[in-house]
Design a protein around this ligand. Structure first.
Ligand code: BGC
Length: 416
């Protein structure tokens, strides 16, 4: 008869053996809308095919504010997930805490340096070492439109300027539709705001005011004009928008209740999941006045230091999968974004993705490739939060004058 201690040893060996083969990878993300969940489901499938166990750690809340709060408490408790959806300057902040893993062995083996635009690769590195893996490139300065609603309202052609936009919005309102579908979180307000600033002031102004946080630009007549335009847009939203999730606003456009939405191309993931086709059911166009510029939002997963060898192996598999051609294609087809990996075949992508790809390259050459502030690409999280709050206060309270709105946004930007 086996002694109990032998049984325990045998069990331990069996467990260790299976763990070495199949590591668990816990992944924190906020992809919970229809299109988002389909997209992340593809990553799960790829990881499972490699023999790993996927532990889903989804925290609902567009833009990721809730997810970041939950992440902090897990890391403080000494129990981080293997990977978390972290992007932009926040990657550097987490790395500076000393909690992120070094992904150089995977990155070197898979030649990431030669597969990524340098600006993206640099953002994934801390002190020269890769600590995060990039997923995609989302364009933020889009305007989505329902083709049938435009037709029924007598709007011909997509508005290219803000004046054309307001003329169209008047017709749409008259025809009984909601001109602008909008939701109610501060990142949604800012997504619209940064497109308005870009459309009104152009790329150089966007850079000075929202990235450099230059006080002169922030208090200039162009900022006044931007806030006037922003407030005017609000006049075309419906009274039920406060508190609404972004994907429910997209659904209003899909269901012919509303004409337009200003949102990044994760909105296209919702149209795709609903079986809608661009050019037939809906239109993707740059927000008025922004056709020659591109605000980008690169999703990425930062990886945390783990002790267990099997978990480390699964983590390395995840990093390699994210940058692999299979994932880059299938994920981005569902998500609405374009691959971040260079030289990918775009044959299966739709016209919106092809336009995004073309404009990405053109804007980069023209110096109009700009990081999105709303999506954590440009400004450190603390500064970003303060400016977002000021913009949302202005959006939500019509009693705040434009002059006071300008002052409070400039003040929020100055405390950094
Ligand atoms: C993320 C997208 C996501 C969107 C809505 C953005 O900040 O980059 O991946 O789909 O928020 O949740």
């Amino acid at each position: 008869m086996l002694k109990l201690s032998h049984v325990a040893t045998a069990v331990a060996l069996a467990v260790a053996g299976s763990a070495a083969m199949a590591g668990e990878v816990e992944v924190l993300h906020w992809w919970t809308s229809g299109g988002e969940a389909k997209s992340v489901g593809e990553l799960k499938k790829i990881m499972q095919t490699k023999g790993n166990t996927w532990k889903d750690f989804a925290v609902a809340g567009g833009g990721g504010d809730n997810a970041m709060t939950v992440l902090k408490s897990r890391v403080v408790a000494g129990n981080p997930p293997a990977a978390a959806q972290i992007k932009g300057p926040a990657i550097q902040e987490w790395a500076a805490e000393g909690v992120l893993a070094n992904l150089d062995p995977v990155a070197k083996a898979e030649k990431w340096d030669s597969l990524l635009p340098k600006v993206v690769a640099d953002g994934m590195k801390y002190k020269g070492n890769y600590v995060a893996a990039p997923v995609n490139v989302h364009r933020v300065n889009w305007m989505w439109a329902n083709e049938a609603v435009l037709k029924k309202s007598g709007v011909t052609g997509v508005p290219m300027t803000w004046d054309e936009f307001f003329a169209a919005a008047d017709k749409i309102k008259k025809a009984g539709f909601i001109p602008v579908a909008h939701g109610g979180q501060n990142w949604q307000d800012f997504t619209t705001f940064e497109s308005v600033v870009l459309g009104v002031g152009g790329p150089k102004f966007y850079q000075d005011a929202l990235i450099k946080l230059d006080q002169k630009a922030l208090t200039s007549p162009t900022m006044t004009k931007s806030l006037e335009t922003f407030r005017k847009v609000k006049g075309y939203t419906d009274a039920a928008s406060p508190g609404r999730d972004w994907n429910l606003a997209t659904a209003m456009v899909i269901q012919e209740k509303a004409a337009f939405q200003f949102m990044g191309d994760w909105a296209k993931g919702e149209f795709t999941a609903a079986g809608k086709v661009p050019g037939k059911d809906y239109i993707c166009a740059a927000a008025p006045g922004t056709a020659n510029a591109y605000t980008f939002n690169v999703d990425s997963f930062a990886m945390f230091k783990l002790k267990d060898a099997a978990a480390q192996k699964a983590q390395a598999d995840l990093a390699a999968a994210i940058m692999g051609t299979e994932f880059q294609e299938v994920f981005n087809l569902n998500k609405g974004s374009i691959p971040v990996r260079l030289n990918m075949d775009m044959a299966k992508f739709d016209d919106c993705a092809k336009l995004s790809s073309k404009d990405f390259v053109a804007s980069s050459k023209a110096g109009a490739l700009l990081p999105s502030i709303a999506h954590g690409m440009a400004v450190k999280p603390a500064a970003e939060g303060a400016i977002k709050d000021a913009v949302s206060q202005f959006w939500n309270d019509d009693k705040i004058s434009v002059a006071d709105g300008v002052k409070s946004i400039a003040k929020a930007a100055a405390i950094q």
